[in-house]
Design a protein. Structure first.
Length: 186
């Protein structure tokens, strides 16, 4: 899975340093020097994680991350600030729905590890969602088969647990054909 990280800070030197420290990681790192630039980038680029500074001219990080949360809800949001106050933290968590809060100077190893863990978690959640959709699809098919052929989902077993099969082979062939046709339709 190709992942993209967006770093947002008005300090070009800090952005360059952060990007350099993450260069060997297995994800693309984009940079923006303002919230407006970042929002423009997000409008045409899929981004997995945004790491935003709080104190930027024009738009505070909390306001920016709130917009990201509203407009790009699948994008995970991290806050980075040199002014770690309780008010900023509460606003970032409540309004911007951030996942992590980092203070400056940020330990780049911690940031890199947190990004990797977050991306792994996101991928696992996406896989779980796909599996759940597949389970729902199979359950709908099973329900449809049960409505068409009542009792088809019932399994009879002997006293040793072996499945008992009805000896009417012609009915089984017809049923297998119908199941295959139903599977091809879905």
């Amino acid at each position: 899975m190709h992942s993209t990280i967006l770093l947002v800070d008005d300090d070009n030197n800090l952005l360059s340093s952060m990007k350099r420290s993450l260069r060997n990681e297995d994800f693309e790192v984009l940079c923006a020097t303002s919230a407006d630039e970042a929002l423009a980038l997000l409008s045409h680029t899929s981004v997995d994680i945004v790491v935003s500074d709080q104190d930027m001219p024009g738009m505070k990080g909390t306001e920016f991350l709130q917009k990201v949360h509203r407009n790009f809800p699948e994008t995970i949001r991290f806050m980075l600030t040199g002014q770690a106050t309780l008010e900023v933290a509460v606003s970032a968590i409540n309004d911007g729905a951030i996942s992590r809060f980092f203070t400056k100077p940020c330990n780049m190893v911690d940031l890199g590890v947190t990004i990797k863990q977050t991306l792994e978690h996101k991928e696992l959640m996406q896989q779980a969602k796909k599996l759940l959709q597949e389970v729902h699809k199979k359950n709908r098919l099973l329900k449809q088969l049960e409505e068409t052929h009542p009792g088809i989902s019932k399994v009879e077993r002997d006293n040793k647990g072996a499945i008992l099969v009805d000896e009417d082979h012609e009915d089984c062939r017809v049923l297998i054909r119908k199941i295959n046709e139903t599977l091809e339709e879905t």
